[in-house]
Design a protein around this ligand. Structure first.
Ligand SMILES: Cc1ncc(COP(=O)(O)O)c(C=O)c1O
Length: 400
């Protein structure tokens, strides 16, 4: 009998983690590597949040908690949804998990039957299709294009929906493109969803607070209140509060769905870390003024990277509305040969040659479902970004 399950054979490991690992290996071997692969802020968790975690330990808040979150955190989440998104939820509609990742996974595990489809706009966050496959469902990829600033059109959404569609996964601002949907752009999508009452909406709002210039974040149940009863609004503290390692994500939606997600969590991990939950209470209830300050820094870094990449012949780098990623196209470089003699046949070859020849680690676009592109995470220092973009410029100048 084969040891590994047939379900496991349907999924692949996360390519973003693979790139980070490869860069770390080269670094350990003494190479001068600049890692632009990891999707996390480069600064520490704010002090008030750190102290809330320490206080929780000292106060003995180190025992099992309610499976899907302490009441104090659920209350803070309800207040956050009201304050930031104009959405009314009560604690029984809230689920807290070990990162946004677990919350998404619980939702898909709790709802998908074999053959049921999930519409995922591409470029997508790497984990969506594999999570759907793990849960026994079928990902249906709805392409968005560079010409449309990587945003899904209502026509492409309409074309992807079938009678078997259970979920539409929406992510704005997006990982990997940083594209953020304005109110009218999102309304055009929710209008499509209103014509398909069997489709549920799973909105991943993880990058809500990383919104730049005059872009205003909005979320489906806010833009179309009639979708409230079939929307799971997911969010978390990982990105905006620099808390990736604390592992707290959350979602709010219909009680029946939240109870089903709780059932899965109760038979797998039980509660998310008690200390992290108390830190997350402080993150949501405490001062928020560092967010616009950090965003100023992110805007500066985004502009630096976009400008330097757009100076390269054959590269097009749109300027995104949010998150900390850019997703340039290398269409104009395909078919060329690098200084070390590698023929650039696709974006995976490009990323590998770039890493080997210049020490700059990026993630190739095929991992996110749209090629030929690559993703840069600009959540690193200005100096590292300048140096990395200079090396990318040199690598591209050497292509013949
Ligand atoms: C779009 C998106 N959703 C969800 C997550 C998962 O967040 P967490 O670290 O809280 O599990 C990430 C993390 O990279 C992400 O980029």
């Amino acid at each position: 009998m084969e040891l590994l399950s047939k379900t496991l054979a349907r999924v692949k490991p996360s390519p973003t983690i693979a790139v980070t690992q490869k860069a770390a290996e080269l670094k350990a071997a003494g190479r001068d590597v600049i890692g632009l692969g990891a999707g996390e802020p480069d600064f520490d968790t704010p002090t008030n949040i750190q102290e809330a975690g320490i206080a929780a330990i000292k106060a003995g808040k180190t025992k099992y908690t309610a499976v899907d979150g302490i009441p104090e955190l659920k209350q803070a989440i309800c207040e956050k949804f009201k304050r930031d998104n104009g959405l009314d939820y009560v604690p029984a509609q809230v689920s807290v998990g070990t990162g946004g990742k677990q919350v998404l996974y619980n939702a898909l595990m709790a709802t998908l039957n074999p053959g049921e489809e999930v519409v995922i706009p591409a470029p997508y966050w790497v984990s969506y299709p594999d999570m759907v496959l793990l849960a026994g469902g079928e990902p249906v990829i709805a392409p968005a294009t560079l010409e449309n600033d990587f945003k899904l059109t209502p026509e492409a959404l309409e074309a992807a929906i079938t009678p078997k569609t259970k979920w539409f996964i929406f992510n704005s601002p997006s990982n990997p493109t940083g594209a953020g949907y304005g109110w009218d752009e999102l309304k055009a999508l929710t209008d499509v969803l209103m014509r398909h009452p069997h489709v549920w909406v799973l909105t991943d709002d993880m990058y809500e607070h990383l919104a730049y210039d005059d872009f205003k974040f909005c979320t489906p149940a806010q833009v179309e209140p009639a979708l409230y009863d079939r929307t799971l609004t997911m969010n978390g503290v990982s990105k905006a509060y620099a808390m990736t390692g604390w592992r707290i994500g959350y979602a709010a939606g219909p009680e029946k769905l939240i109870a089903a997600m709780r059932k899965i969590q109760s038979q797998s991990t039980s509660n998310p870390c008690s200390i992290s939950q108390w830190a997350a209470v402080e993150a949501l209830n405490g001062p928020q003024d560092f967010i616009p300050q950090n965003n100023k820094m992110f805007v500066r870094r985004r502009d630096l990277v976009v400008d330097m990449l757009n100076d390269i012949d054959g590269m097009i780098c749109p300027k995104p509305e949010g998150a900390f990623y850019v997703y340039p196209s290398i269409k104009g470089l395909i078919g060329k040969t690098s200084a070390a003699g590698t023929k650039i046949t696709d974006d995976e070859v490009f990323a590998t040659a770039l890493l080997e020849e210049t020490g700059v680690a990026v993630v190739f676009g095929a991992a996110f479902g749209l090629s030929p592109n690559f993703r840069i995470s600009y959540a690193t220092s200005d100096d590292a970004l300048k140096e990395a973009c200079t090396r990318i410029q040199g690598f591209c100048a050497g292509l013949t």
